[in-house]
Design a protein around this ligand. Structure first.
Ligand code: B16
Ligand code: MG
Length: 222
């Protein structure tokens, strides 16, 4: 089978905004007497804003403390801080190798999709100057279930008009790799702790078109 599309996660694959999410959540958590470190923040990668808040409240033993309205206010405050910090993003904030691999996938006439659960994804792609590199970006506001549910990867494949089994998904989060596998796509994991990925790479430096095509050839049959 021919490879028809490559679907990227955003945070941790295209650019590294995890630290900015961490700083914004930490500021909000501090105000309600919850402390957490960057190791805990790892569990929030690929998890939607409201689900992240739930996990933080649970971590701080305050799961049932806030009303829906108060939780929404906390999430809104976090997002305002996060959006402020995004002003620091420029075209130089692309992770190493991403510009080249996007250009090479395009040159090979393979479609490119985005499967990020971030509601800020369109703004981030603009700030990075790569919004035109994508044939289709799944709309996070239309997604009901966070990764590890395959919903966002399936939405990206549907928008690209490509069958999931003709596509590769690329992720940095365990929940994201699970989502790709559950979608029936081939998965590439960037970073450690992703043994469930079909192909595990240490960093985006290793994410080349050659590596993707070799992986595809090794895992599919004509
Ligand atoms: P927002 P991804 C995810 O992006 C982040 O990894 C996760 O930490 C964040 O909570 C989520 O987006 C929602 O982001 O608050 O901007 O809507 O990894 O799916 O690209
Ligand atoms: Mg990610």
């Amino acid at each position: 089978m021919t490879l028809k599309a490559v679907v990227f996660d955003l945070d941790g694959v295209i650019t590294d905004t995890a630290h900015l999410h961490f700083l914004a959540w930490r500021a909000v958590a501090d105000e309600i007497g919850i402390t957490f470190d960057e190791a805990f923040n790892e569990q929030l990668k690929g998890i939607s804003r409201m689900d992240s808040l739930q996990r933080i409240l649970k971590h701080g033993g305050k799961e049932g403390t806030f009303s829906d309205e108060q939780r929404l206010a906390l999430a809104t405050k976090k997002n305002a801080l996060y959006v402020q910090s995004l002003a620091s993003l420029t075209e130089d904030s692309l992770l190493t190798g991403i510009r080249d691999v996007l250009a090479d996938i395009r040159a090979a006439k393979v479609k490119i999709g985005l499967a990020s659960v971030s509601l800020n994804a369109p703004g981030i792609l603009h700030a990075l100057g790569i919004h035109q590199a994508f044939d289709f970006c799944a709309d996070a506001s239309r997604i009901c279930r966070s990764k590890p549910d395959p919903e966002i990867f399936l939405a990206a494949c549907a928008g690209l008009n490509v069958r999931p089994d003709a596509a590769i998904g690329i992720e940095d989060a365990p929940a994201g790799v699970e989502a790709i596998n559950a979608a029936g796509m081939l998965s590439v994991g960037i970073g450690c702790g992703l043994n469930h990925a079909g192909l595990q790479l240490h960093s985006t430096r290793e994410l080349t078109w050659k590596c993707l095509t070799e992986f595809w050839a090794s895992r599919t049959y004509c």
